[in-house]
Design a protein around this ligand. Sequence first.
Ligand code: ADP
Length: 372
Amino acid sequence: MPRRKTADSDYSIAGLETTMDDPSGDFSPEDSPVSVTFQASDEKNENILRPQYLEDFQGQRQLKENLAVFIRAARERGEALDHTFLIGPPGLGKTTLASIIANEMHSEMRMTSAPALEKPKDLAGILTNVTENSIFFIDEIHRLRPALEEMLYIAMEDFEIDWVIGQGPSARTMRIPLPKFTLIGATTKAGAVSTPLSERFGITGHLEYYDDEELKSIILRSAGILKCSITDEAASLLAHCSRGTPRIANRLLKRLRDFAHVMRADGVIGTEVVQFGLDRLGIDQNGLEKQDRAILRTIIDFYQGGPVGAETLSISVGEAVETLEDFYEPYLIQQGYLMRTPRGRMVTPKAYELVGAEYKGRADNADQGLLF
Ligand code: ADP
């Protein structure tokens, strides 16, 4: 079964490899193979660390408080929640929030990922199967094909789709009404989503990197669920090295549990286990990985500190442009090691210090106006 693109993904989406290849041009009213349905609180498919209700979801205080109000109001009016747009780097909780919204609304959720939707009938197959007030979650919505995007506009606004039957002069359009549903779209790249699509979302939530205290409480909660012991100090240290990202915090916690299991008779994760484990995993005290340092080093050694274009850089470091842009760069920028300028990526003096290279000032007069 294919897994989501992010390396540390913790669930898979069934049937992504399947396309609905129906030569008649009709779509099947059967359950679409390009989506997965969750009932509220469906334990079976969920990762056990994923919070199920808003009260377990740490951090993102303002977004969470606003969502609590909108969900309550929609539920008490017996209506579907407005379409919701979740924006933020990978691993910050967009999918988790979508499933929490479904749980809080006591409704089922269907989920898919935009790259899995190849043809209009893939999307039509799902839309005609959504139920009243249910949630339809599309991950990576910035990768939706234009023809499907148009179908989605109408579905979001008018709760219907136009379906063309037949070909040539005998073709006719059938208008299919849809139940009132909530679309939740998630993206790591808000700028790549077209304005007509983003304008059709009534609620927009930006997820920010988590601070150390928030990550620490996520780590302590996860340790409780995984039944592993971690000292308070070790949890703080691990939080600081988790790149502001719950998915990374949870992944590192699982690995440190393995180190503790082998290193210590009592299996407790103490600070020495965290230091040893992170060192073995190539993660430094700021949470930067080998590849982060390799990216900075490459810009310094081969491009005199930049500017260098994303495509060139991705080839130089052997990383997909998407992974570079979605995963590595946002954190390096947030931490002040990297800048995006109109002429490409440039490192800051802080990056020279990190990799132990001598900073000799800028070799050129690169325009440093920021792009984001
Ligand atoms: P995204 O969809 O943004 O890539 P996910 O929702 O898949 O991220 O989150 C990754 C993992 O991180 C989840 O499985 C969950 O265990 C954990 N997680 C994310 N956000 C939170 C949070 N606010 N509180 C607790 N755990 C979280």
